[in-house]
Design a protein around this ligand. Structure first.
Ligand SMILES: CC(C)(COP(=O)(O)OP(=O)(O)OC[C@H]1O[C@@H](n2cnc3c(N)ncnc32)[C@H](O)[C@@H]1OP(=O)(O)O)[C@@H](O)C(=O)NCCC(=O)NCCS
Length: 431
């Protein structure tokens, strides 16, 4: 029985750039450039006639002030028809999940037949702004009729005001950074440093094994980079091929130096990259001779108070999505969970299995249960693969479908926590 109203939505192709540590090989590229490269290659590889694309839904989390609608610029820069409708979305780390579900809803409703959904991030290229007094003085000066009047506008600006302001990875409402919020979760949920380090080590081991075995060949493209676009990069550069558990214990906590447990080793790193999907109605897939990798069965979003446990909303969104899908966790063959921090992954997994959590927060519903380890992130996760905020959702969906394809399995749950205390869950089925 169909779990969603409307037409069934198929995912027919996906692709991502390598995900690399920010400030390294993609340092000269913007989110637009990375996104453009991934979208144009995806359309070519999927052999989609450009005229058959009805919508381009794309997003980025740390936007450039020059790009108010990055989706439209991606469409134009990729050489797709200028008549292609395009809009941008943002939902922090679930931005490309939002792009996917928004486009999927349009297809389900019959408003579009085929769409591209994705996201990109260049944390090497963040907008640097100035303080309010400088911004006000610049606006005032632009209205000045003489040089004297223009200079006068800066009269009250102090030397301190002149310091540039980089964007903070901090919650606007609480002022706490992601890492500080993850520290709070580790402490409140009793997640030990050892467990966090072991999870991070696992992420690197599995990602390195998957690269070694060639499993990312269908997922990752080569990107042309460098100032003259003369360097080709085809592999992630965060994955530690020689990850050793002992080395994690040596790292110092970053966000609570005295009592903390979150380190550079058990956090996702600041990353550059982009990812995208091609989705369409079942009928359109048939008409164009496209073979679906899988289908969207259900999705759900949830929100929690950011001052409580910022990254714990998946504890609510996953049960909600399973209910909408008419499924139990035991019906799921694969769980792809975004790894913002080991402490968050372990907190989410703990909450899913906890009767106490379900009694206190889910109105006494049965907990969805424990995820068997072999079903979890078998190709590694964001700690090792990296986390370009806008691109992670599309990476997770495509990676989940490729894993199902390889293993001959059918169902996957994709879970993402985000800033703002939001959580996303998507249920996919291969047939
Ligand atoms: C945690 C964080 C501050 C670390 O940044 P960083 O200091 O630039 O991290 P680095 O990669 O340089 O690592 C620091 C050191 O730890 C070492 N290290 C990192 N991971 C390691 C590992 N798995 N094993 C051994 N050593 C490791 C590095 O080699 C480096 O050593 P060095 O100083 O001798 O070169 C940064 O990654 C961060 O802010 N992450 C969180 C991002 C976030 O908030 N995401 C949102 C999630 S929704």
């Amino acid at each position: 029985m169909a779990a969603r109203p409307g037409r069934r939505v198929a995912i027919v192709a996906g692709l991502r750039t390598p995900f690399v540590k920010s400030g390294t090989v993609f340092k000269d590229l913007s989110a637009l450039e990375l996104s453009k490269q991934v979208v144009s290659e995806l359309v070519q590889r999927a052999e989609i006639p450009p005229a058959a694309i009805d919508q381009l839904v794309f997003g980025t989390v740390v936007p450039s002030v020059q790009l108010s609608n990055i989706a439209r610029e991606v469409g134009l820069a990729s050489g797709l028809p200028k008549s292609l409708d395009a809009y941008s979305v943002t939902r922090a780390c679930a931005t490309s999940i939002q792009a996917f579900t928004s486009a999927a809803d349009s297809i389900a409703l019959g408003e579009a037949d085929l769409a591209i959904a994705g996201g990109g991030e260049a944390l090497s290229d963040v907008p640097i702004s100035y303080s309010r007094p400088v911004a006000q003085a610049v606006v005032q000066a632009s209205k000045g009729r003489s040089l004297m009047e223009k200079l006068q506008a800066f009269h009250d600006v102090s030397a301190k005001d002149l310091l540039p302001v980089p964007p903070a990875i901090a919650e606007y409402s609480t002022g706490l950074s992601m890492g500080e919020s993850a520290e709070k979760m580790a402490k409140e949920n009793g997640i030990s440093r050892e467990a966090q380090d072991a999870w991070a080590h696992r992420s690197h081991l599995l990602a390195a094994q998957a690269w070694e075995a060639g499993k990312f060949a269908k997922e990752v493209m080569r990107v042309l980079t460098g100032r003259n676009f003369d360097v080709a990069v085809g592999e992630d550069n965060i994955v530690r091929k020689d990850s050793k558990l002992e080395s994690y214990a040596k790292l110092k906590p970053v966000f609570d130096r005295k009592y903390g447990s979150i380190t550079a080793g058990n956090s996702s790193p600041l990353t550059d990259g982009a990812a995208a999907l091609v989705i369409c109605s079942e009928e359109r897939a048939r008409e164009l001779g496209l073979k679906p990798l899988g289908y969207l069965r259900a999705y759900a979003y949830a929100a929690v108070d950011p001052a409580w446990q910022l990254l714990q909303a998946p504890a609510f969104s996953a049960p909600k999505a399973l209910k909408r899908a008419g499924m139990k966790l035991s019906d799921i063959d694969l769980v792809e969970i975004h790894e913002a921090f080991s402490a968050q992954v372990l907190s989410n997994l703990q909450a899913w299995a906890s009767k106490k959590f379900a009694d206190e927060h889910l109105g006494g519903a049965e907990p969805i249960g424990e995820v068997p380890e072999e079903k979890l992130n078998p190709r590694g996760g964001s700690i090792a693969l990296g986390h370009p905020f806008g691109g992670t959702g599309a990476r997770l969906i495509h990676q989940a479908l490729r894993e199902l394809e390889e293993k001959g399995k059918n169902t996957a749950l994709v879970s993402v926590c985000t800033a703002g205390g939001l959580g996303a869950a998507v249920i996919l089925e291969a047939t």
